[in-house]
Design a binder for this molecule. Structure first.
Ligand SMILES: *Cc1c(COP(=O)(O)O)cnc(C)c1O
Length: 391
């Protein structure tokens, strides 16, 4: 059995290494980070209880890794406190909600019809935790929060919290505007940066997140090129204490110490390469979008297209070609170009790996769409790559 699974894994690795990955939620780990994942620490526990005692023995080195990871991640975002134990962006979100909302409380969020994260929809986190969630009015055409609508929603719903952040979005918010309205009503804001944590770390997107929000949190594996996991950042000591308390025995038990080691390594790479990576990433998104647009693709938000790692295709792109997002993804995949089935194209991994000729990528995608076989050209492109932003 082991040999069968290992053989499948070998196939997976060589297959995905021969593909051009344009999936917005994914990225590539450096060899150092990958090595840290496959280490004895993967099977270890450590849990320092409220009394300050560790429930487990043998944790000297993993505890050192944990505090080192907290230190590096906090300094990367210029934050006072970092919680690095959540095992995903979803768990980070759950932890933040638990730490701020009173029992039976409510929050505002941007709905999935505008690219928001479905986990905040009523049936998921809110029903599970006994909260109510309501929409933030959002101007989808301009990718902006409707500030007047927000004011009305705050009056009407009297929420305890505003949750910003989306899974499909290409433009930062007017946080100062949101914050003026929210602070009049004494409602705190948090920012789910799952998709854009790498861009924020590099100073390229929403640099004012922690200035206006009580917490910034999200996944560590989307535009942030770390292992799959989540982080929470805050400058508020009391909130940090609540967040710390709401991890172990509330939202999870073990925190996967080897993952935290890989996170520390990725965060250190981000410290050294993050600025250049984020700049190149935003530039690549914009130029792929305009390249595709010039080839006749209905890319959303011309002429600026995107300030994030994502390019969004419009509904018209699919309807005018009588193709569904799934069929589109399959057609790309048969040419070893990997995109999701959510109308997003993501440039994080390609950028990290040094792909910069976006007119070439646009041409490959366009020909693949028309049914031309470009597998060989895609393989040639990716086989020559080595990690550009990282070690
Ligand atoms: C992806 C995503 C999540 C969930 O993150 P995981 O790391 O997969 O748990 C939460 N919020 C937003 C906005 C996301 O895009």
């Amino acid at each position: 059995m082991a040999s069968e699974i290992l053989e499948i894994l070998r196939k997976h690795v060589s297959y995905r290494r021969s593909c051009l990955n344009l999936q917005a939620s994914e990225n590539r780990l450096s060899d150092n980070a990958l090595q840290a994942m496959g280490n004895d620490m993967y099977a270890r526990y450590s849990h320092v209880t409220d009394s300050g005692e560790n429930s487990y023995g043998g944790s000297e080195f993993s505890d050192r890794v944990l505090s080192e990871a907290q230190r590096i991640v906090a300094s990367l975002y210029d934050a006072e406190y970092a919680e690095v134990r959540p095992i995903g962006g979803h768990i980070a979100a759950e932890t933040v909600l638990l730490s701020i909302l009173p029992k039976g409380g409510s929050f505002l969020y941007i709905g999935p019809e505008s690219g928001g994260y479905p986990g905040y929809d009523q049936p998921y986190l809110p029903d599970m935790l006994g909260y109510r969630s309501y929409r933030i009015p959002y101007d989808d055409k301009n990718q902006a929060i409707d500030l007047e609508g927000l004011s009305t929603a705050l009056e009407r719903n009297r929420p305890d919290l505003i949750v910003l952040g989306q899974s499909a979005f290409v433009r930062p918010y007017d946080l100062r505007g949101v914050s003026q309205i929210a602070s009049d009503m004494h409602v705190p804001i948090v920012y789910d940066g799952s998709h854009v944590m790498g861009l924020i770390a590099g100073g390229e997107f929403q640099p004012d997140a922690l200035e206006y929000c009580a917490a910034l949190y999200g996944s560590t594996h989307k535009s942030f090129f770390g292992p799959q996991g989540g982080i929470i950042l805050t400058n508020d000591r009391d909130l940090y204490n609540e967040i710390h308390r709401n991890t172990i025995w509330y939202t999870m038990d073990n925190y996967h110490p080897s993952r935290v080691a890989a996170l520390a390594i990725a965060a250190d790479e981000m410290k050294r390469h993050g600025k250049d990576y984020a700049k190149a990433l935003a530039k690549n998104s914009k130029s792929l979008a305009s390249g595709l647009y010039e080839l006749g693709w209905e890319v959303r938000f011309p002429p600026w297209f995107s300030y994030s790692h994502q390019v969004l295709l419009s509904g018209e792109f699919f309807s005018s070609r009588k193709i569904t997002p799934v069929q589109f993804s399959q057609r790309m995949e048969s040419n070893r170009i990997i995109v999701d089935r959510d109308s997003r194209i993501g440039l994080s991994e390609a950028t990290r790996m040094g792909v910069s000729d976006m007119s070439k990528v646009a041409s490959l995608m366009d020909r693949a769409l028309q049914g031309v076989k470009v597998v060989q050209e895609v393989s040639d492109l990716v086989s020559g790559l080595s990690m550009k932003f990282g070690d």
